[in-house]
Design a protein. Structure first.
Length: 449
């Protein structure tokens, strides 16, 4: 008899609401601050760059927010996504652990990012916006917003971190195929970009720089708004469709996760899989462990400071309380472009600070080794970002073997690696370098806070 590998839901079971963990937290989140007065700011600070509906979701304390039917109709192109039992990986590791993964690579753009891109484009269109601006690192977010804008009839301008623009040309081509314009950041199109280029003409760029350019573009254009793919509460809110589906699918499997794992850069995919399970811990007495995994080259949670900082390099955003390496921090050009952000979502940062989530960091080669091991067992080539989570899963499974414990481990396989073959080629040829920042360099970056 064939053992069950896939746990599937019907389109009728696409979640009807997003889950807002803020309603159930045992503590209050720190408010954003005006950088000049250091006084808390309200929704009005976000109004110049976001539509009203998004601003209201960002500050909402309601437990559930309805998903518009038009958005659910677009979700049906790929949702619900499958849950897999990684039986072949379990056998390869000779572990008693049961490993499950939620596979978001079946979306049109191959990642979890359309879960928030589609509603953001929808709400902007409903308020009469004609064009959206955004940043992107490895390109998963940029291609997802390009797709969503095409679906909703909007124009889209993407500022892509220069090192990723050069590393991943096919992501750029994908965005352009959807009809978006893409620029390598820093550019000479904005004051923020020109300032960086004057000081560092060969700058590889960073997500912080690209955010500055995209925000400036939106703020200085009457017909445009800005769209963000991670970090803020409304983005994590939209991603909770992942975890809500996973709870139902774990019920189909007859098991419940002892550990939930996800990679973290800004926090969207980790929040998407983890937050509905955090609710079960907070309200229903569950005791699941949560592990957020980041690169040693950009160790925001493991070595950053929990303090107020800007979300962008130019300092145009309100100050947010988060784990940060400093908004001027420019990480090296590792291939996990989606994890190269100086800060972490304030919501995820607070959960780490309060001990509800733990964090760990891995170097680049160890994660690619894990990604290759997963691909050879399960057949799916993972994106470099999610390979960080896979590395942690393998370690946890090996720990379970050594302890003789049958742990149930769930992780979010947030995207495929089909656009990252050049990175895998470099790894297989032994040409990837690991990088871990010396403590003094991080101290220098943090000194300006």
């Amino acid at each position: 008899m064939v053992e069950q590998t896939k746990f599937l839901l019907s389109e009728r079971e696409i979640p009807e609401r997003w889950y807002n963990v803020v309603a159930d937290l045992p503590f209050a989140l720190n408010p954003p601050l005006n950088p000049e007065t250091r006084e808390p700011v309200g929704p009005e600070a976000l109004a110049p760059i976001f539509p009203e509906a998004i601003v209201l979701q960002e500050v909402s304390t309601e437990r559930y927010i309805p998903i518009p039917e038009e958005v659910r109709g677009v979700y049906a192109l790929w949702r619900p996504t499958p849950l897999y039992r990684a039986r072949r990986l379990e056998r390869a590791l000779d572990t008693p652990a049961h490993i499950y993964y939620k596979y978001e690579g079946v979306s049109p753009t191959g990642s979890h990012k359309p879960n928030t891109a589609v509603p953001q484009a929808y709400y902007n269109r409903e308020e009469g916006v004609r064009r959206l601006t955004t940043e992107t690192g490895a390109g998963q977010w940029g291609s997802s917003l390009a797709f969503a804008c095409r679906v909703m009839g909007l124009e889209c301008t993407v500022y892509m971190v220069r090192v990723s623009y050069d590393q991943k040309p096919y992501r750029r081509i994908m965005m352009e195929t959807y009809g978006s314009e893409v620029f390598p950041s820093p550019t000479d199109r904005t004051r923020a970009g020109r300032k960086v280029l004057e000081e560092h003409p060969d700058s590889p760029g960073s997500l912080g720089i690209a955010i500055s350019e995209a925000v400036e573009d939106a703020a200085t254009s009457e017909d445009a708004k800005y769209s963000l793919g991670s970090v803020l509460n409304h983005v994590l809110l939209h991603q909770t469709v992942i975890g809500q589906e996973a709870i139902r699918q774990m019920e189909l499997s007859g098991e419940y996760p002892d550990v939930v794992v996800g990679c973290v850069g800004g926090g969207s995919n980790f929040g998407g899989i983890a937050l509905p399970f955090v609710r079960e811990n907070l309200l229903n007495g569950r005791n699941t462990r949560f592990v957020a995994v980041e690169p040693t080259a950009c160790p925001t949670l493991t070595r950053g400071r929990y303090t107020y900082d800007f979300g962008d390099t130019a300092g145009t955003t309100p100050l947010m309380k988060m784990h940060t390496l400093g908004h001027t921090f420019v990480p090296p050009g590792i291939h996990a472009g989606g994890l190269r952000y100086h800060g972490e979502a304030p919501l995820i940062s607070a959960l780490v600070e309060h001990g509800l989530i733990e964090a760990r960091a891995y170097p680049q080669n160890a994660t690619f080794e894990a990604g290759v091991r997963f691909a050879r067992a399960e057949g799916i080539l993972p994106a470099p970002e999610v390979a960080h989570a896979i590395k942690a899963v393998i370690d946890l499974a090996q720990e379970a073997r050594e302890a003789g414990e049958q742990k149930v481990i769930l992780f979010n396989l947030c995207g495929h690696g089909h656009f990252d073959l050049a990175a895998y080629e470099q790894y297989l040829a032994g040409r990837l370098e690991d990088y871990e920042y010396p403590e003094e360099e991080i101290d220098r970056s943090l000194a300006g806070l």
